[in-house]
Ligand binder design. Structure first.
Ligand code: SOE
Length: 378
């Protein structure tokens, strides 16, 4: 693994737990973790259960005991590390968004295509697909339970930078993060909308905004006088509408300025036979309305997604004992290992990650042109 902050910890949890819960054909061994600060990466290795620590990702990739590289760094290094790992013969899991630009994502998808011919696997870490209720919703849409899709409505809201004095961390700098709420939160909801719908966006129309345009530099002295400030170079919020290939309409809102919303991800799909709704704050539940039932006894009902027949739940706790955020990373590790063992392509692929990147670029393009409807290239 390269990187050991929030996502490094979350992915470590996945690798550590997957083979202890699921019956896997291969057992992941946590060989080595890499980060630039020798003391911090050693501490991370001990804390998260990695056997060794490296300070240069090139050394990590060169190790014979490493067969898979998990990229959990900020977006500016995804392309370089993932491509080098694929070229060195490793399987790759890369955190979302796949890259910081379409050009980088294209190079990554090309590298994954070449590696595939050599039997290597590459996957992008859109972990929310692995929430059992989301996977169950996908099943129900595919089984025709909501009929012909008309609407997808998605919001992903956080509030961690509402305070204008919150420092200028890497996620607020374009050269490191690529974009702001759009790439961080918008990438998740674009992927989820397309995954659940089973089809892709063909065009978008967008508005983005940066509400606080400069912030204190991290660690800048603030004794009495004003701390040195730097420019915020990404969006704080992105709102966009989109058209799916079938003609269904989608709406998206990604914001880091929704005071009181910590990690609120809500999705609703409406079809001519019914609707499905999901709220990450109640992630063991799915709301389903069957519009074909007699009107007198229909309406939204709650499906408690904790049955052994529900996706991923055959190996967990008895019905009614729910799962949480971290389990999505366990399921992600399970699916990656299962695909490697079976010699099949894990999803979402780098190609899927590239397509999400194209949607994000179309959103930025549309926002720049003041909300002109912009086609997404195929
Ligand atoms: C930060 O906004 C963040 O950690 C995202 O980067 C993750 O992908 C999301 O799962 C939680 O929020």
């Amino acid at each position: 693994m390269v990187g050991y902050a929030f996502m490094g910890a979350a992915h470590s949890q996945g690798w550590r737990t997957a083979a202890r819960v699921f019956d896997l054909p291969l057992r992941p061994a946590m060989a080595a973790i890499c980060g630039r600060d020798p003391d911090a990466v050693r501490a991370a290795a001990d804390k998260h259960g990695w056997a060794a620590a490296e300070t240069d990702w090139r050394d990590l990739i060169a190790r014979d005991d490493v067969q898979l590289v998990d990229v959990c760094t900020p977006g500016d290094s995804h392309a370089e590390i993932a491509i080098a790992a694929l070229e060195a013969g490793k399987h790759v899991l890369c955190e979302k968004p796949l890259a910081n630009s379409v050009a980088e994502a294209e190079a990554m998808a090309d590298a994954a295509r070449r590696a595939r011919a050599r039997g290597q696997r590459a996957m992008v870490g859109f972990n929310y697909r692995r929430t059992p209720a989301i996977a169950q919703a996908r099943r129900m849409v595919a089984d025709g339970r909501i009929g012909v899709l008309r609407h997808v409505r998605v919001t992903y809201l956080q509030d961690w930078i509402v305070d204008p004095e919150f420092p200028l961390v890497w996620r607020l700098r374009r050269e490191l993060a690529g974009s702001g709420a759009l790439g961080d939160l918008g990438a998740h909801i674009v992927d989820l909308a397309q995954y659940l719908a089973g089809e892709r966006l063909v065009g978008v129309s967008a508005l983005t905004e940066t509400f606080v345009r400069d912030r204190p530099l991290p660690g800048a002295a603030n004794s009495g006088g004003a701390a040195a400030r730097g420019a915020v170079t990404v969006d704080d919020a992105a709102l966009f509408t989109g058209r799916l290939a079938s003609g269904a309409l989608a709406s998206f809102e990604a914001s880091r300025f929704a005071a009181g919303r910590k990690n609120s991800l809500r999705i609703e799909l409406n079809g001519d036979h019914g609707s499905l709704a999901f709220d990450l704050e109640r992630l063991n539940e799915l709301s389903f309305h069957d519009h074909t039932a007699p009107a007198a006894d229909s309406g939204f009902r709650r499906i408690l997604v904790t049955e052994p027949d529900h996706p991923y739940l055959e190996a967990w706790w008895p019905p009614g004992h729910g799962l949480g955020y971290d389990h999505t990373f366990v399921h992600q590790a399970r699916d990656m290992v299962a695909a490697i063992a079976a010699g099949t392509d894990p999803e979402p692929s780098f190609e899927d990650g590239l397509q999400v990147q194209r949607v994000l670029a179309a959103v930025e393009d549309s926002a720049e042109k003041n909300c002109v409807y912009t086609p997404v290239p195929a």
